[in-house]
Design a protein around this ligand. Structure first.
Ligand code: SF4
Length: 60
């Protein structure tokens, strides 16, 4: 199962503005920009070295 399915991480293409704020605030440092589009890198488990489910990316 891919990261997008496991985390439900989706980017609404009609709302994103390519600011990179989600990448900058990501607690787990699992987000990065590629061609102006945020993507999530693969990780083994939630928490250390993965997504903390903190929702900061959503907040910004
Ligand atoms: S929920 Fe937190 S740790 Fe997970 S991708 Fe968003 S900002 Fe990063």
């Amino acid at each position: 199962m891919g990261m997008e399915e496991r985390t439900h991480f989706r980017v609404d293409q009609n709302k994103r503005i390519g600011c990179g704020n989600c990448v900058n605030v990501c607690t787990g440092m699992v987000l990065s920009m590629r061609d102006g589009h945020p993507e999530m890198k693969p990780f083994e488990r939630f928490g250390w070295r993965g997504c903390w489910r903190c929702d900061r990316c959503i907040a910004v």
